[in-house]
Design a protein around this ligand. Structure first.
Ligand code: UGA
Length: 303
C-alpha cells in the first residue's frame, strides 16, 4: 500500500513509518520540523525515511494515489495555556481541517491521532470512548475540535476516517518534554527531575510499539473511535520507583506545584479495540521503561 504519514519525524510518526516500511509498504512522510523541541532530534528520528518538509496549515496537499493518510502531525503537550495557543490552533485545528479536506477530496482513508487528553476531568474510570469529553487543556480542546472536524467530513463528505485516542505513548525517542524522557536522562546524567504535583497522578502508559500496532490495525480494518491504552495504570511515584530499580540509580526529585491542564488520572477502557481489532498491549511498563532507559544510556554514550 502507499501511505502518507504526517509528523513522520516525530516520536510516534518515526516508529510508525519504520514499521510500515518493514511491512513492505511505501511511505511518504510529511513534517515541518517545528521547534516545539529541538528539530535536530527530529532530523535524527527521520534518518532513513523519506520525509518531505510540508506545512500542513498552508502548503498544497495532494493525497491522490495514496491508499491512506496517518495523520499524526500536531502541536503536542497538555501544558498549553498562555500565548502559545495560536500554535495549537494552527498546527492542530487548521492543519487537520486541511488534511481532512484533501483526503476527502482525494479518496484517501485517514487514521487521526487524537489523545486521552480529550477526556480531561472525566469521572468514568476506566474511561470508555462514549464518556463525556471534558478536556482540561487548550491542547486537549484542539484535539477534540479535530475529532469533531473529522466527524463533519465523514458525515458531509464521506471521508473514511478512524480516530485513535492515544494514552501516554512512551519508549525510545519519546519527546524530550515528556516525563519519562526527562526522568531517564536525569538518571543517566545525574541531573534533577522537576515533579509537578504530589506524584499521585496516574496514566495508562502505552508502549510506542503497541501504539504503532494499533495504528496499523486501525488503518487496515478499523472504524469509528478507539482508545489505545496500556494495560497497566501507574502513578508518577510508582513509575519513578520502577525507573530507579531498572537503572540502579536514585532520582534527584525537585517538587513543584501541579501545573494547569494536567489530568489527575487516565485509565483506558480498551474493550472496543480488543473486541474489534484484536489489539492487546504486548509490552509491559517495566519492559518498555527498560528499553527507554537503554535508549537514553546509548544516546549519551554516542554523543
Ligand atoms: C502526554 C503528551 O504530552 C500529550 O501530547 C499526549 O496527548 C498525552 O500525553 C496523552 O497521551 O493524552 P502528559 O500526560 O502530560 O501528556 O504526559 P507527560 O509529559 O509524560 O507527563 C506525565 C505526568 O508527569 C504529568 O502528570 C506531568 O505533570 C508529569 N511531569 C511531566 C512532571 O512531573 N515533570 C515533568 O517534567 C514532566
Amino acid at each position: 500500500m502507499r501511505y502518507v504519514v504526517t509528523g513522520a519525524a516525530g516520536f510516534i510518526g518515526s516508529h510508525l513509518s519504520e514499521a510500515l516500511l518493514a511491512a513492505g509498504h511505501e511511505v511518504v512522510g510529511l513534517d515541518c520540523f517545528t521547534d516545539y523541541y529541538d528539530p535536530a532530534l527530529k532530523e535524527e528520528n527521520a534518518r532513513g525515511l523519506d520525509v518531505q518538509r510540508v506545512d500542513l496549515a498552508v502548503d498544497a496537499l495532494d493525497f491522490s494515489g495514496f491508499d491512506g493518510v496517518f495523520h499524526l502531525a500536531g502541536q503536542p503537550g497538555v501544558r498549553s495555556f498562555g500565548d502559545v495557543f495560536p500554535l495549537y490552533l494552527r498546527r492542530n485545528v487548521l492543519a487537520s481541517q486541511r488534511v481532512f479536506e484533501a483526503a476527502g477530496r482525494d479518496g484517501a482513508r485517514v487514521v487521526f491521532a487524537s489523545s486521552s487528553s480529550i477526556y480531561g476531568a472525566t469521572e468514568r474510570y476506566p474511561t470508555p470512548e462514549d464518556a463525556q469529553p471534558q478536556p482540561l487543556s487548550p491542547y486537549g480542546i484542539t484535539k477534540l475540535a479535530c475529532e469533531h472536524l473529522a466527524g463533519a467530513y465523514v458525515r458531509e463528505f464521506g471521508l473514511d476516517c478512524v480516530v485513535l485516542r492515544f494514552f501516554n505513548a512512551f519508549g525510545p525517542r519519546q519527546r524530550p518534554d515528556m516525563a519519562f524522557t526527562r526522568i531517564v536522562f536525569a538518571l543517566a546524567e545525574g541531573g534533577p527531575f522537576e515533579l509537578y504535583g504530589d506524584g499521585s497522578q496516574s496514566r495508562s502508559w502505552t508502549y510506542v510499539g503497541d501504539i504503532v500496532a494499533a495504528t496499523i490495525a486501525a488503518m487496515e480494518h478499523g472504524s469509528g473511535t478507539y482508545n489505545v491504552g496500556g494495560a497497566l495504570e501507574a502513578s508518577m511515584i510508582e513509575s519513578i520507583e520502577l525507573l530507579e530499580r531498572i537503572s540502579g540509580r536514585t532520582l534527584d526529585v525537585r517538587r513543584h506545584p501541579a501545573v494547569a491542564g494536567d489530568q489527575k488520572r487516565t485509565k483506558a477502557d480498551t474493550t472496543r479495540i480488543r473486541g474489534e481489532l484484536g489489539w492487546e498491549p504486548q509490552v509491559t511498563l517495566e519492559e518498555g521503561l527498560t528499553r527507554q532507559w537503554q535508549w537514553a544510556s546509548d544516546t549519551l554514550t554516542s554523543r
